[in-house]
Design a protein around this ligand. Structure first.
Ligand code: PEP
Ligand code: MG
Length: 541
């Protein structure tokens, strides 16, 4: 007898032979010979067909598992109508001349990866759902039939992963239980399994030799016995979480404009640290990404991340944002953000030391690798680049020169590159004081108030002992912000705030009156800010 462990979805026991289920891999071709409009029409037709299938599945599930659990198939129908999802697919068809199936599959993967990386357990479980609906549409487009995973005698199904629709389509009279390598305990597959009283284990490492072997799936003890010495049957217990209701997509402020009562509009973007945060950006309906802290890619790596690796990450973010602006801040390493492989010297004053643009302009090979990756991703949506820790015009000119060099190199390689706006982070007093000159070099400013406060007030942002001395509303900071906005506007630059102060609701009205064009805040702060903005009336003094 052999024992393998996993995570139990349902306390129950199943006894029977194991049956390994391998899904057919759909082959989708990337480039289309049709026009984008024709491909979009194909998608729309397939999506309608998929919705019809889901309506049928809903009826089937209604009979088998009741209204609450059948609701997942209604949610799937709604997901197929989600604006962000549809825009992402259309964006890929339009910008890449891609087939509807490629665009759907890619979007399914991108969104799924974004959901999977979220902290919220409920949202993480949506990763499988978005893959499921995408797969359904792709199957309609390619005329593929998933086939019956269970034919012949009743069995315990073993698979890498099972989607909710596969689960509900399985012939329950033959399904004794299931075991998957992947999946989460909060996925709808898991919920359905619980409701259908099907013992299930996830996270089990299995191999092909299991196929056909007799087994006992012991949900109580989170394990499966292969070739068991004895058989055992037991009653099942349901323990279902009420997380369906938690669905945040229906937040009332989604899709509403960020506009004051007297009609002043301001952009509210979100800050992200890695590609996985994009799910939060969509969930909270930010109009764009105002700060992608790209250095986290470097901090997550054991060695310098390659151009291709970075490109894949930027492309995923840009594609998922489907044409909405994505502002990528170039490498801001050093000071509190250290990666060993950079082998940076110990410094007396690291915040005033060798960091950010200073490293990039001396280690040009690393910088250019990043710039090329960003430029390549710019072909897939709307990308802006901004440079951190700038103190001089020369730095900006040098950075832009390297950017142009990279653009030329890519063109020579025949690689597509989009238009990119360039911007400067205003986070040193020096940058504020020369804002007029800097504005002449770039398209936008983004105020990094975290560092700007540290350098203006001479207060180390890392030192908790200084909290009592730190006043984020210090008039010096507010005047610097005002000065920067005015200088930017004089030269046709738009001006945003991406430091923490941007989310300070006590200052929102002040920022609007100063003429700030954009606020980029953590994703969870987007909707509260929208609520406040919509309640302000700037026509009143
Ligand atoms: C800032 O300094 O305000 C900023 C946004 O950058 P970081 O916090 O990453 O230094
Ligand atoms: Mg900073």
């Amino acid at each position: 007898m052999k024992v393998a462990t996993g995570k139990s979805i349902l306390n129950g026991i199943a006894i029977g032979p194991l049956r390994i289920y391998k899904k057919a891999k759909t082959q989708t071709s990337q480039t289309s010979s049709l026009t984008p409009a024709q491909e979009w029409a194909r998608f729309e037709e397939a999506s309608e067909k998929a919705k019809e299938q889901l309506a049928e599945l809903y009826e089937k599930a209604l009979e088998e598992v009741g209204e609450d659990n059948a609701a997942i198939f209604e949610i799937h129908q709604m997901m197929l109508e989600d604006d962000d999802y549809l825009e992402a697919i259309k964006g890929i068809i339009d910008t890449q001349g891609a087939t509807a199936e490629y665009a759907t599959e890619t979007t399914g993967e991108n969104f799924s990866a974004a959901f999977a990386a979220m902290d919220d357990e409920y949202m993480r479980a949506r990763a499988t759902d978005v893959k499921d609906i995408s797969r359904r549409v792709v199957n309609v487009l390619t005329g593929q039939d998933e086939g019956d995973a269970l034919s012949g005698q009743p069995a315990i199904l073993v698979a890498d992963d099972l989607t909710p629709s596969e689960t509900v389509q399985l012939d329950k009279s033959k399904l004794l239980g299931f075991i998957t390598r992947y999946g989460s305990s909060n996925s709808h597959t898991a919920i359905l399994a619980r409701t259908m009283n099907i013992p299930a284990l996830i996270g089990v490492d299995f191999d092909d030799s299991w196929d056909g072997k007799p087994a006992v799936l012991d949900g109580y003890n989170h394990c499966v016995y292969i070739d068991p010495a004895q058989e055992l049957l037991t009653a099942m217990e349901e323990k279902r979480k009420a997380d369906l209701k938690q669905e945040a997509l229906l937040q009332t402020l989604k899709k509403k404009p960020n506009v004051t009562l007297d009609g002043r509009e301001i952009k509210v973007y979100a800050n992200i640290g890695n590609a996985g945060d994009v799910g939060l950006v969509l969930q909270n309906d930010a109009q764009g990404i105002g700060l992608f802290r790209s250095e986290f890619i470097y901090l997550d790596s054991a060695d310098y991340p390659s151009e291709d690796h970075q490109f894949t990450i930027y492309k995923r973010v840009v594609e998922t944002m489907a044409g909405k602006k994505v502002i990528i801040r170039t490498l801001d390493i050093g000071a509190d953000k250290q990666a060993d492989y950079f082998e940076l010297d110990q410094e007396e004053n690291p915040a005033l030391g060798y960091r950010a643009i200073r490293i990039c302009l001396t280690r040009k090979d690393i910088f250019k690798q990043q710039l090329r990756a960003i430029l390549r991703a710019s072909a897939f949506g709307t990308v802006s680049i901004m440079f951190p820790m700038v103190i001089s015009v020369r730095e900006v000119r040098d950075a832009k020169e390297l950017l142009e060099e990279c653009r030329t190199e890519l063109k020579e390689r025949g690689v597509a590159v989009g238009e990119v706006e360039t911007g400067v982070m205003i986070e040193t007093p020096a940058a504020v004081m020369i804002a007029d000159e800097l504005a002449a070099e770039v398209d936008f400013f983004s105020l990094g108030t975290n560092d700007l406060s540290q350098y203006t007030l001479a207060i180390d942002r890392q030192n908790p002992k200084l909290d009592n001395f730190y006043d984020p509303h210090h008039p010096a900071i507010l005047r610097m912000i005002k000065h920067t906005v005015q200088a930017g506007h004089r030269h046709g630059c738009w001006v945003g705030i991406c430091g923490e102060l941007g989310a300070d609701q006590k200052l929102t009205e002040t920022f609007l009156r100063m003429g700030v064009d954009e606020l980029s805040v953590s994703p969870s702060a987007v909707l509260p800010l929208r609520k406040l903005i919509r309640s302000l009336d700037l026509s009143q003094e």
